[in-house]
Ligand binder design. Structure first.
Ligand code: UDP
Length: 139
């Protein structure tokens, strides 16, 4: 993946609360182009694989349970400076600490159910995008 791309998920809480449209609108209005998009879900095994880096953390089991609790939306997004700009757009991991107007400030209620994922590096954006999308499913 080129280094002007990031990967996002709209998490089960935001999907269940009916925020898919509003969040995608927020993302595209901020200048991100959607180059791959999928409505899907994660099994506990797949959620554990996606978040393997957190396997030793105390919240891992809850995170896996939550991320496999319902449908999600996965997307690859393109924009100059995509990683940094998207992390700014979504706000801090804990919505209580997220800046006003960020996606987590607007749509998330707690640190464990925090509405969206955003890759933290170009390398992880490529790994995460490849986890969900084949070459035929992105532009
Ligand atoms: N998480 C959690 N409790 C914590 C820290 C993180 O449930 O104390 C969850 C939360 O959903 C977060 C995910 O684990 O989005 C990954 O954590 P990370 O530190 O990578 O945060 P992010 O990059 O998503 O802001």
């Amino acid at each position: 993946m080129a280094n002007n791309r990031t990967f996002t998920m709209i998490k089960p809480d935001a999907v269940a609360n009916g925020h898919i449209g509003a969040i995608l609108d927020h993302i595209t209005k901020a200048g991100f182009k959607i180059v791959a998009l999928k409505y899907t879900s994660l099994s506990p095994e797949k959620a554990g694989e996606f978040y393997a880096v957190h396997a030793e953390r105390g919240f891992f089991a809850d995170l896996v349970g939550f991320m496999s609790s319902g449908p999600i939306v996965a997307a690859i997004l393109e924009k100059d400076n995509a990683i940094e700009d998207f992390r700014k757009l979504i706000g801090a991991t804990d919505p209580a600490k997220a800046d006003k107007g960020t996606i987590r400030n607007l749509f998330a209620k707690s640190i464990d159910a925090n509405a969206v994922h955003g890759s933290d590096s170009d390398e992880n954006a490529a790994i995460e995008g490849n986890f969900f999308f084949s070459a035929f499913e992105r532009f």
